[in-house]
Design a protein around this ligand. Structure first.
Ligand code: 3HC
Length: 334
């Protein structure tokens, strides 16, 4: 009796399967890709430390976008005109989208959204120190757009050339929208500076409070930067913290002059020999205090995020049930 078996195609010992690659071979391929300027994609082999530092940076970048909605969000209902309200609404909505692109880019590295959010809520993950400062007046909204989004653009444009494909591609769309963010902020300030003495004083007060925290956005000095070595080697960081900070100062001082405000740094002066604006020392005690949770608004920001996450649980649950039902309907229909 001949038995028909569904014999699996079990390779016999003599089939010429290529030998499995060693980690050294994978590492060499990874380095060669970086050297060619190719993107590393989610399915590519990558060193565990490369993956981990990308999850660190991309998730903290995403957290910054979402927490960054809070300082401006509170002013949407207080915008002085309908046009300004619509502009601010669009900007804050953009930041939510930036957070979504970036969380999605982080998830391609094998980490879940819940893990990322949990890291933020427990304080294990950071977000940009700049968002722990209060937005006290309407002029703050203009200064945040001009300086904070201006610094963000300076720091994010090189990330469009980051070696990790999903991050670089997310940055292309983010940077286009950031340009609108900076422009609307500067335009708001130009309007105020053409206004009353009080309005001009309000702008100067906001510049005084936001200038130094904006310089801190670029991170510690290169000599103190614990991640720059790897990040520069792996093509994640293309330009160093100090170099980007200098580019930002060089670009922003002329804008401040055009606006008619003074920057709160008595040491600021143009060095003809270097071709750069030299500036005074940054208060790194303040920086680390804020990074370590002791800023003016750290508690308020984190509890607002935790409350929003808890209040929004029903929306996430409903969306998941809806998606499951749709998948079942699509399966039945197929
Ligand atoms: N706020 C909080 N933490 C900061 C910081 C800041 N401004 N600058 C540096 N740090 C942290 C780093 O995260 C790192 O801590 P970690 O190892 O626990 O993550 C530590 O200080 C040492 O700094 P490094 O220079 O070694 O860290 P990086 O190499 O990661 O460089 C960075 C810091 C330049 C911010 C880099 O992470 C980066 O380019 N990130 C992507 C861009 C980003 O996140 N920008 C923040 C603002 S986003 C924004 O403004 C949105 C806009 O729409 C308003």
């Amino acid at each position: 009796v001949t038995m028909y078996t569904q014999a699996m195609d079990i390779p016999s010992g003599d089939r010429d399967e290529p030998p499995a690659k060693t980690d050294e071979q994978y590492e060499a391929e990874f380095e060669a890709k970086l050297a060619r300027g190719d993107f590393i994609e989610p399915k590519d082999w990558m060193p565990e430390r490369y993956r981990k530092t990308l999850i660190r940076q991309i998730s903290q970048h995403a957290h910054s976008e979402i927490v960054g909605m809070l300082p401006e969000g509170g002013w949407i209902t207080r915008a002085p005109t309908l046009e300004r309200k619509c502009i601010l609404l669009a900007k804050v909505q953009d930041e939510a989208g930036h957070g979504m692109y970036l969380y999605s880019a982080a998830e391609t590295l094998g980490v879940s959204r819940d893990e990322l959010i949990e890291a933020l809520h427990t304080g294990k993950a950071k977000y940009s120190s700049i968002f722990n400062y209060p937005t006290k007046t309407w002029a703050d909204i203009g200064v945040v757009g001009w300086l904070v989004d201006g610094a963000a653009i300076m720091n994010q444009i090189p990330l469009t050339r980051c070696s990790y494909g999903p991050y670089a591609r997310a940055m292309i769309r983010v940077c286009k929208e950031e340009s609108f963010h900076q422009r609307q902020g500067y335009d708001l300030l130009l309007t105020l500076m053409k206004g009353s003495e009080d309005q001009r004083a309000m702008v100067q007060d906001a510049v005084n409070r936001w200038w130094w925290p904006s310089l801190m956005m670029f991170g510690p000095h290169d000599s103190e930067s614990t991640n720059s070595g790897d990040s520069m080697k792996w093509g994640i960081k293309r330009i160093s913290n100090d170099e980007l900070r200098q580019k930002f100062v060089d670009a922003t001082v002329p804008q401040a002059q055009l606006l008619g405000v003074t920057l709160p740094d008595p040491d600021l002066k143009f060095d003809d020999a270097k071709g750069h604006w030299t500036f005074g020392p940054i208060d790194w005690n303040e920086f680390w205090n804020v990074v370590n949770g002791k800023g003016q608004c750290n508690e308020e920001r984190l509890s607002a995020r935790i409350r929003a996450w808890e209040d929004g649980a029903w929306v996430r649950d409903a969306a998941l049930v809806h998606a499951q039902r749709k998948r079942r309907r699509d399966c039945v229909a197929a």
